[in-house]
Design a binder for this molecule. Structure first.
Ligand code: SF4
Ligand code: SF4
Length: 112
């Protein structure tokens, strides 16, 4: 999915899979220094296992990746505040489109 994000060189529209969205988010978190992402010691971060863009080495699947994005958005970024999580309007955040998808999926699950 295409999304406008902030990169080291300014705004850019990029194609983001969930893997790439996490990589981009981790790069932003690490001041765009890839070495910092690789050596990140924040093991309690919900995205830690996925930060390299894979996660496959630990047998983590795409569903777990989406759940990690949900927890990261709601619990880490929004401090567990469901209302803030749902109303986030940070459209240039690399995780934004998948935050929306998680919310839509949860609503579909509830109504089904
Ligand atoms: S795993 Fe978490 S703390 Fe580490 S770089 Fe990614 S977002 Fe930042
Ligand atoms: S999409 Fe919103 S809630 Fe999720 S990490 Fe980005 S700014 Fe935070």
């Amino acid at each position: 999915m295409k999304q406008k994000i902030i990169t080291k060189r300014g705004e850019k529209t990029v194609n983001l899979s969930p893997r790439r969205a996490i990589r981009r988010n981790c790069q932003m978190c690490s001041d765009y220094l890839w070495e910092e992402v690789e050596s990140c010691q924040t093991v309690e971060c919900e995205l830690h296992a996925f930060r390299s863009g894979s996660g496959s080495e630990k047998n983590l699947n795409s569903e777990e990746r989406m759940k990690a994005i949900q927890r990261y958005c709601r619990d880490r970024c929004c401090g567990g505040d469901e209302k803030q999580y749902r109303s986030c309007d940070m459209e240039t955040c690399p995780l934004f489109i998948y935050r929306q998808r998680n919310i839509q999926n949860n609503e579909t699950d509830k109504s089904g």
